[in-house]
Design a protein around this ligand. Structure first.
Ligand SMILES: Cc1cc2nc3c(=O)[nH]c(=O)nc-3n(C[C@H](O)[C@H](O)[C@H](O)COP(=O)(O)O)c2cc1C
Length: 304
């Protein structure tokens, strides 16, 4: 179970990897962070491209490993691998709208259309592991089928410990403002997600009956947001130092050749809104050498 007022860092594919979670934890030690979504097929098949997602959980602490898939047995096997790797809990993706997941493999958001299959998956995963299992879902498939409450009852009946509710439908994707329905008489705690950017936003969903809040895009280029919300840290005096630390962690984890192109988006977020950030982005997009990127960071932020 989760205590009241629990804050989470959202799962974000291509973003919430170990280096980013480590940076977040610098500002909010012990925060509950969810991994990038992991395909149960790739994980059970031990495909090289997904192995990065389940290393070092033991040392990390409070990490929710998020899996997606449509085959209960495979989802159970994937959950077992991740629990053995030290995950704190397993999160099942029931909200991803991208066609590769939701329409081609009947996973992610598709499970909002097939509650019986969703129930079987949750049941299989819950029985496979000794750690809590949560689901992350949306309001419904589209505006005509906002049946999130039914899915949450099914999740509870099958042993899920809590659910995260992204306040949009699958059809809405990421467009339009998130809507957070009032939570009443739910069998398990519900965590609000969608457009929560400040402590005041978090307080407003707690007032609606949510047990906690999950922050996604507001953490991009601002990993200290969790420290601000929890009162454990404030924005750094020099963002360049955070960017350098983040880059170093990525180089250590992926190697320089892979880390440099992956890090460009983070640099764009870190520099967003600052004077001359457009020129900075153009410059770093052409650089492939990690030391040259470091020098640009030192210059842009005037790091000592
Ligand atoms: C680039 C990107 C990647 C995402 N990857 C995942 C993912 O792997 N698993 C998941 O459940 N949701 C994923 N999401 C959805 C977020 O976790 C979150 O539900 C959504 O961004 C709304 O919250 P926010 O307004 O705080 O960003 C992703 C969203 C974005 C923009």
């Amino acid at each position: 179970m989760i205590p009241h007022n629990q804050i989470f860092a959202a799962p974000m594919a291509g973003i919430s990897d170990l280096p980013f979670r480590t940076i977040i934890r610098n500002f909010a030690p012990g925060l509950m962070c969810v991994t990038e979504m992991i395909s149960c097929h790739s994980l059970v098949g031990r495909h090289k491209n997904c192995l990065r997602n389940f290393e070092n959980y033991g040392a990390e602490g409070n990490v929710g490993a998020q899996i997606f898939g449509a085959v209960p047995d495979l989802m159970a096997d994937a959950a077992k691998i991740l629990a053995d790797a030290g995950a704190t809990w397993i999160d099942i993706n029931m909200g991803c709208p991208v066609p590769k997941v939701a329409t081609r493999t009947n996973a992610g958001a598709f499970l909002m259309r097939d509650h019986a299959l969703a129930g079987r998956i949750i049941n299989a995963v819950v029985r496979a592991v000794n750690i809590p299992v949560s689901i992350k879902t949306r309001l419904g498939w589209d505006g005509d089928s906002m049946d999130w409450a039914d899915l949450i009852h099914i999740a509870a009946d099958n042993g899920a410990s809590w659910a995260t509710l992204h306040g949009r439908t699958r059809a809405a994707g990421y467009a339009g403002a998130a809507v957070h329905p009032k939570i009443e008489n739910m069998p398990i705690p519900i965590v609000a997600n969608g457009d929560l950017n400040t402590r005041a936003d978090v307080d407003s969903v707690l007032d609606l009956g949510y047990a906690g809040a999950m922050i996604g895009r507001a953490m991009l280029g601002r990993p200290w947001i969790f420290g601000e919300i929890l009162g454990t840290a404030h924005a750094p005096d020099n963002i360049g130092h955070v960017a350098l630390r983040h880059l170093n962690l990525m180089v250590e984890y992926y190697g320089a050749q892979t880390a440099v192109p992956m890090f460009r988006k983070h640099l764009a977020w870190y520099s967003s809104g600052l004077p001359n950030s457009a020129e900075f982005r153009i410059k770093i997009n052409k650089i492939t050498d990690v030391n040259a990127i470091r020098n640009e960071i030192l210059q842009f932020w005037g790091c000592a």
